[in-house]
Design a protein around this ligand. Structure first.
Ligand code: 1CP
Length: 346
């Protein structure tokens, strides 16, 4: 057991008692912070993700400023693809863009493998971070096969995932071969982060909510299961997607210890769908643009609904929006700690 095994974040992930509700934010490192914009100036995103010192500093920025209960590695879901040799870039204001979209068997066969040597900068950054963070846990992460496949098949961000679903329906064998390759890359990437000292991992299947439950079960669940079940025991596995209220039961079956929930599904409804599972979420990121009294009320509501689950890690329902005022984020951390300490004492 390492030093951070007793922190509120890890205890909540295990459904154990906590002195207060732990909180962190998806995309807590990033453009909402002036110190991030300053340090990133002139450095392309993927280049920043390859520099251990820079990864370390950017990961620490929100921990110092907001006093969150966990850090999340500064990286991106396409980092392992780029490191393995896929021609992908992250375009400012757009997101990941893939030069040669993967739409047939030949393209799948050409996908490279991920070797530990290709992402040594990530292992190095994690090792540095574990030292710098002291007792604060570090969350490692990766993209789940469906979400990664969507970028590879579409060639970039998509609202409908139409080409991805077209491949899934019309060439299921190619689809499954693609997801197998992606599961292998994701699994290696997560195991490398855990091996270097990450205390927990989050598997982002951000866009899985675009699927019906039946399609999710048929086309996606076996691959996400391979990823999650291939991780060492004792390291909490958080699984999150946007708009996945209807998929929570199936996503829990993939082998998640904690289910991330977006703002559309009340945590009390989510708790009823996945009995026995700790939950993470789910303040609407736009509540951070609301007046103080509304923020306070919404934080209390999320905390109250979170108490219906065996464990609750407070978070937003999706990432921090770049226009968010950093002080609002810090305030939410204080409110979560204050209100939850009070109810723990009652
Ligand atoms: O120049 C920049 O600052 C680029 C903006 C940016 C940042 C800061 C991108 C491009 N990625 C990131 C970092 C990042 N990506 C983190 C940082 C750690 C933290 O949370 O503090 C994480 C966890 C991710 C993961 C990620 N990338 C996801 C899953 C999480 C989610 O938001 O659902 C996804 C879908 C991506 C793809 C991606 N990368 C970047 C963008 C703008 C996008 C989304 C594009 C789209 O809408 O499809």
């Amino acid at each position: 057991m390492n030093e951070s095994s007793t922190t509120p974040f890890l205890a909540a992930c295990r459904g154990e008692p906590v002195p207060y509700t732990p909180v962190w934010f998806m995309r807590q490192a990033g453009r909402s912070l002036p110190e991030y914009r300053a340090i990133r100036a002139g450095i392309p995103m993927l280049e920043a993700c390859r520099q251990p010192d820079l990864i370390c500093e950017i990961t620490l920025q929100p921990v110092r400023r907001h006093k969150v209960d966990a850090a999340i590695l500064f990286s991106d879901i396409v980092v392992p693809l780029a490191a393995a040799g896929v021609d992908v870039d992250i375009k400012p204001g757009v997101g990941p863009v893939v030069a040669d979209p993967v739409r047939d068997r030949a393209a799948v066969a050409k996908l490279p493998h991920l070797y530990a040597d290709s992402v040594s900068f990530v292992a190095e950054a994690v090792e540095l971070l574990v030292k710098e963070l002291g007792g604060t846990p570090l969350i490692g992460f990766a993209g789940a096969p469906f979400t990664l496949a969507s970028y590879l098949v579409e060639g970039g961000p998509s609202r409908t995932h139409a080409k991805t679903k077209a491949l899934m329906y019309s060439a299921p064998d190619v689809w499954h071969a693609l997801c197998e390759r992606l599961a292998e890359i994701t699994s290696s990437f997560l195991n490398i982060q855990i091996g270097a000292g990450a205390s927990a991992v989050q598997l982002f299947d951000s866009w899985a909510g675009a699927l019906s439950e039946a399609d999710y079960r048929h086309y996606v669940l076996p691959h996400s299961t391979n990823v999650l079940e291939g991780l060492p025991a004792g390291v909490p596995r958080i699984h999150f997607g946007v708009g996945t209220g209807e998929l929570l039961g199936a996503m829990a079956e993939a082998g998640a210890d904690v289910l991330g929930v977006d703002w559309r599904t009340p945590l009390s409804a989510a708790a009823a769908r996945v009995p026995g599972k700790p939950l993470q979420g789910n303040l609407d990121p736009c509540v951070l643009f609301a007046p103080d009294d509304v923020i306070d009320l919404e934080v209390r509501r999320v905390l109250a609904e979170g108490r219906t689950a065996p464990g609750h890690v407070f978070n937003l329902g999706h990432g921090v929006l770049p226009e968010t005022e950093p002080d609002r984020i810090t305030r939410v951390v204080e409110l979560v700690h204050e209100h939850s300490r009070r109810s723990a004492a009652e």
